[in-house]
Design a binder for this molecule. Sequence first.
Ligand code: SF4
Length: 270
Amino acid sequence: MKRNLIEDGINYLKYVRKNKGISVPSEYLKNIEIEIPDGKSGTIEMAAETHKKEYKDKLPGTNVVRDGGAVSLIKEDWMEVKNIPELDEKINKCSKCPLHSTRKNFVFGTGNPKADIMLIGEAPGAEEDNQGKPFVGRAGKLLTDILKAINLTREEVFICNILKCRPPENRNPLPEEIVRCEPYLLKQLELIKPKFILCLGTFAGQTMLRAKEPLGKMRGKFYNFNYSDLSAKLMVTYHPAALLRNPNWKRPTWEDVQLFRKEYDKEKEK
Ligand code: SF4
């Protein structure tokens, strides 16, 4: 039984590496093949479950649904936490990727830990790194205004990023950084259990959907996002920083968030 789970986990990681364009650090595979310490099988089961789910989700009748992306097969204590403040406490000293050495602050995310709506951006920028909070500065103010326009406050939703530490010079996150950091985001999703997810920007949309399409193709519609026992409606729209650079994108963003609000209201009426 245990051996099957291990093989399933290894196959899953190989599948991710081959088909998703994500390079899974090889030490994960080596660790498994060399030794499985006692008590670590829970995490292997998690990967195996995700692997099975991947095929289930390809059945007809579903929209684009991504796999969970569980890539760490070694059990770590943050994986067992039961609430958002505890998760922050357990992971905010993380040094799993080189970004820990250049960050000023770890940026966990802010807002309602039981929010119906989660907003996900790419990674902290300079101001976020300074303050340890997501979406502050000019782009953050614009995001607050966008939320206000659809009768939401920052306190009602939960706002975070795919990466919790700032990439130098705001460069795009690297695949190895995502592989190491994304499990934290998945844990946030698992604990918060939002009903709606709004991805801000190309990078967040592509990462969450495991897609390669440009933003113009991803935006304006809903996707089903299933992970663990979470089932949420996901939409992608422009990042507020992009709107500051190109005001022509304000109109499509406005259309997206209106649609988002309408669907959210429909869900609340149920
Ligand atoms: S970006 Fe993520 S994985 Fe890298 S050090 Fe920061 S928290 Fe850890």
